[in-house]
Design a protein around this ligand. Structure first.
Ligand SMILES: *[C@@H]1O[C@H](CO)[C@@H](O)[C@H](O)[C@H]1NC(C)=O
Ligand SMILES: *[C@@H]1O[C@H](CO)[C@@H](O)[C@H](O)[C@H]1NC(C)=O
Ligand SMILES: *[C@@H]1O[C@H](CO)[C@@H](O)[C@H](O)[C@H]1NC(C)=O
Ligand SMILES: *[C@@H]1O[C@H](CO)[C@@H](O)[C@H](O)[C@H]1NC(C)=O
Length: 501
């Protein structure tokens, strides 16, 4: 009898566990806060509701997440007023997925700086689900109704930015945005802690807004004859792609998440961000009956300054994967501050690892291996480079903007050392990786006062006589770049050689 009871208890547990694992795919007992888990949960809902339209699904998710505020309703209508309410969350989402979506998409920052309602995407960045899903809903609604999109900019970014700019008017504009944060573990992400006190426009909300605008625009752009894909398929194409060997992002023609800054800029900048933010704020006040706020004479100025900071930080600058995300060890000893701005940028290849890294897990692993080698075998304080460029679409933070690196003997205090992962003796890095370094990182450094405007690029091999770094192929490419200079002794030597000839 007793045995039977136990057996019954156990099998009951196994049934629960089996349905649990089939939903989340990972035998871990706790919901992982990553995009793959979210996509699996979406897929499970789609599989158990054949023929479910993606618009009905995102609306059900909106109800679940409680995103029915006046601005959203103004543009999209109430999520639970779609006629047959039985087809909505009650019927579509079973209790387990309801609880998953409820936790996963409800955006909150707790008093102790934990940001919820965000997920880690496979590219290593963190995205808030609320603005992502709203952007998708705007696009799907336009597509289904064959009408122009309305509310895309307001619901994905303008509201977030405008309210953040106004709420922190007494702070410098760059402090009215962000911050980024770090996961407790990038393999099993559960808790996301912000790096400093939050604004109303955390990095995750901005990333989610950009992604929402991109995917929503893409969906609304589908021609009438094109069949709408499942939500899970749309998300997978954008977040769970595989980059082709040897080409990286050069080999991808559809939008993928590492390009969110460039693509969202190309979609949103032509829509006049200043006008969008001001009009969104006015609409929010009207809907809330608080129009008196618009009499505040600082509104225009706050929005103008805030947007300048936004454009610099999120559209001009590339996304940089912070140390905590790639699993860096702490600096051994005390880092030495640089005195800015610097006048040089020295270009390296890593040689080893010898292959370009094509994914966040691979690039992070390479970063950890180089740091281990520099700290343990060479006895340095930290990974030598200031920044490292992967071929996954991201720049990785080494010693960063403010600390003396160890990359170019005799010149470390004069310039940043930036390396692209790979051996470029006989092949070039992917075009995208070179552009990230040569245009985006450098523009960000100059505009941020870290590099002088007339800075100089040098290859590592020009500064010391014992290396061929950054590789023959890459070096000869670098010699064609603006800001590249031969060094005087090279010039003198060449002139001498000429005279001898
Ligand atoms: C959407 O379509 C418009 C006009 O047809 C086009 O200019 C734009 O590039 C498209 N956007 C995307 C993201 O496909
Ligand atoms: C780097 O590439 C060169 C040329 O292809 C090759 O000779 C060399 O062995 C490579 N080194 C490493 C560490 O892969
Ligand atoms: C760079 O610009 C600064 C001031 O604008 C000037 O003093 C300096 O000589 C310039 N350096 C070079 C290498 O042209
Ligand atoms: C490299 O340069 C150093 C210092 O300029 C010099 O002492 C050394 O002989 C050079 N080595 C080679 C191999 O040219």
């Amino acid at each position: 009898m007793r045995d039977n009871m136990t057996w019954f208890g156990l099998s009951f547990f196994f049934i629960l566990a089996a349905s649990y694992f089939s939903v989340y795919g990972k035998p871990t007992g706790v919901h992982l806060r990553n995009m793959d888990s979210f996509i699996s949960a979406v897929e499970q809902v789609e599989n158990s509701n054949p023929g479910l339209s993606p618009l009905t699904l995102v609306r059900a998710l909106r109800t679940t997440a409680g995103h029915d505020d006046p601005l959203t309703i103004h543009y999209l209508g109430a999520s639970n007023k779609l006629g047959d309410s039985k087809t909505l969350e009650t019927a579509i989402l079973n209790a387990t997925s309801f609880s998953f979506f409820d936790k996963a998409s409800h955006h909150v920052v707790t008093d102790y700086g934990e940001e919820r309602g965000v997920v880690l995407t496979p590219d290593g960045t963190t995205v808030a689900l609320a603005p992502l899903l709203l952007g998708i809903e705007v696009g799907l609604k336009a597509k289904m109704e064959a009408a122009p999109t309305v509310g895309m900019f307001p619901l994905t970014l303008a509201r977030t930015l405008g309210l953040s700019f106004l709420s922190l008017q007494d702070f410098p504009p760059s402090h009215r945005l962000g911050p980024d944060g770090c996961w407790d573990s990038v393999v099993q992400p559960r808790v996301f802690k912000l790096a400093r006190p939050p604004t109303l426009a955390t990095n995750s909300l901005i990333n989610g807004g950009m992604d929402g605008a991109i995917l929503g625009t893409l969906l609304s752009n589908l021609s009438a004859s094109e069949q709408l894909q499942n939500l899970s398929t749309t998300l997978k194409g954008y977040y769970s792609y595989v980059l082709p060997e040897g080409q990286g992002l050069d080999g991808v023609s559809h939008p993928v998440s590492p390009n969110r800054r460039e693509i969202s800029r190309s979609i949103l900048e032509p829509l006049d961000p200043h006008k969008q933010v001001i009009e969104t704020l006015k609409l929010i006040w009207k809907l809330e009956g608080t129009e008196w706020i618009s009499l505040d004479t600082n509104v225009e100025k706050s929005v103008k300054e805030g947007l300048q900071a936004f454009v610099y930080k999120y559209w001009d600058c590339p996304a940089i994967i912070p140390r905590c995300q790639w699993g860096a060890e702490a600096y051994h000893g005390t880092p030495v501050p640089l005195s800015l701005p610097l006048a040089f940028l020295y270009i390296h290849h890593t040689y080893q690892p010898s292959s370009p890294c094509l994914s966040f897990p691979q690039c992070s692993k390479d970063m950890r291996a180089m740091q281990r080698y520099h700290q343990e075998d060479r006895g340095w304080g930290d990974i030598g480079y200031s920044f490292v460029v992967g071929s996954d679409g991201y720049v990785y933070e080494g010693r960063g903007w403010h600390h003396l690196g160890r990359h170019t003997r005799g010149h470390n205090s004069l310039g940043y050392g930036v390396s692209i992962i790979g051996n470029y003796t006989s092949v070039l890095p992917p075009r995208h990786s070179m552009d990230l370094l040569r245009h985006r990182l450098v523009q960000c450094a100059v505009d941020g006062g870290r590099l002088v405007a007339n800075f100089t690029f040098h290859g590592h091999r020009q500064m010391v006589n014992y290396t061929s770094c950054p590789g023959d192929a890459f070096y000869s490419e670098v010699t064609t770049w603006n800001h590249f200079k031969e060094i005087d002794s090279e010039k003198q030597k060449k002139e001498k050689d000429k005279q001898v000839e």
